[in-house]
Design a protein around this ligand. Structure first.
Ligand code: NDP
Length: 282
């Protein structure tokens, strides 16, 4: 279940659940027609993992697209996230239930704490709520997002279930070596968000455009292939049907070790999202 469509490789999370290593992100896909069309195009193209969040305001459209697609629910892997205003235990349970209701589903595959908000220090309480949801069988895996090693260390002091996934900003310009090492040592899977650097500068890097030419692929496909060969789960966002098809078409070629290294050399510690130590938007 939830392991993709045969093209997309899966990763086994530390609780044994199989998660597709490639999917569609829908941040900034507008609720209504836009998200409906994007998710429909993705499911038609073979995507089976969809990454949404309460704050994206498009869970209803995601749920609607899934329902009308005809793809059986058990073949899909649906992620949503707990927003920052709901870290208190009861609020977290309620927020999860509201996400399920908007999605029109009776379980989620993965539920993440969206941001740690270390200045508030309530994420261990939110985690207790996620553990309860997991133990009650309402979600098949639980994890975190934007957690740095100190946040994870604090969580590990009180948790009874280790997060299965940490979803973090990760692209060739921001490679998150410390967080990756910390998570890998503890069998926490790494999921790359903003993998294309939001369609930004990384796609114009000469190293990337040259590899694109050589492999007769697009710059985005080269970058996404780098994520896959690096072992990450990757969730590029697009609302453009041709790009949605293009982005999943990365399983018929391989980057050589020296080509992987050329991309890895682009690291510049360049964040485009907020620094999780300071982000406190609600
Ligand atoms: P991405 O790196 O996925 O880039 C998305 C942008 O790139 C869009 O503008 C899209 O345009 C464009 N694009 C997509 N495919 C191509 C292509 N083949 N060629 C050129 N441009 C392309 O950025 P996101 O920030 O959206 O990250 C992906 C997902 O990660 C989000 O949607 C969300 O699910 C998740 N995320 C999670 C966060 C968290 O805090 N946990 C934070 C940020 C993202 P268009 O849509 O117009 O085609």
């Amino acid at each position: 279940m939830g392991s993709g469509n045969g093209i997309v490789p899966a990763i086994q999370l530390h609780n044994g659940l199989e998660m597709p290593r490639f999917g569609l992100g829908v941040w900034q896909a507008r609720e209504g027609d836009e998200v409906l069309r994007a998710v429909t195009a993705a499911l038609d193209a073979g995507y089976r993992l969809i990454d949404t969040a309460a704050i994206y305001g498009n869970e209803e459209g995601v749920g609607h697209a899934i329902k009308t697609s005809g793809v059986p629910r058990e073949e899909l892997f649906v992620t949503s996230k707990l927003w920052n205003d709901s870290h208190a235990y009861n609020d977290a349970i309620h927020a999860f239930e509201q996400s399920l209701e908007r999605l029109g589903m009776d379980y989620l595959d993965l539920y993440l704490i969206h941001w740690p908000l270390p200045m508030e220090g309530k994420f261990p309480e939110a985690w207790r709520a996620l553990e309860k949801l997991y133990n009650d069988g309402r979600v098949r895996a639980i994890g975190v997002s934007n957690f740095k090693p100190p946040h994870l260390e604090k969580l590990l002091e009180t948790c009874t279930i280790l997060p299965m996934v940490n979803q973090i900003e990760l692209h060739p310009r921001m490679q998150q070596h410390e967080t990756r090492a910390f998570c890998t040592e503890r069998s926490i899977a790494i999921e790359s968000y903003s993998p294309l650097m939001q369609g930004g500068a990384v796609l114009a890097e000469p190293a990337i455009t040259q590899l694109a030419k050589k492999h007769q692929k697009s710059p985005a496909q080269i970058v996404l292939r780098w994520h896959i060969q690096s072992g990450f789960i990757v969730i590029p966002k697009s609302v453009t049907p041709a790009r949605i098809v293009e982005n999943i078409d990365i399983f018929d070629f391989e980057l050589a070790p020296s080509e992987m290294q050329q991309i890895t050399n682009l690291h510049a510690n360049q964040r485009i999202a907020a620094d999780p130590d300071y982000a406190q938007f609600k």
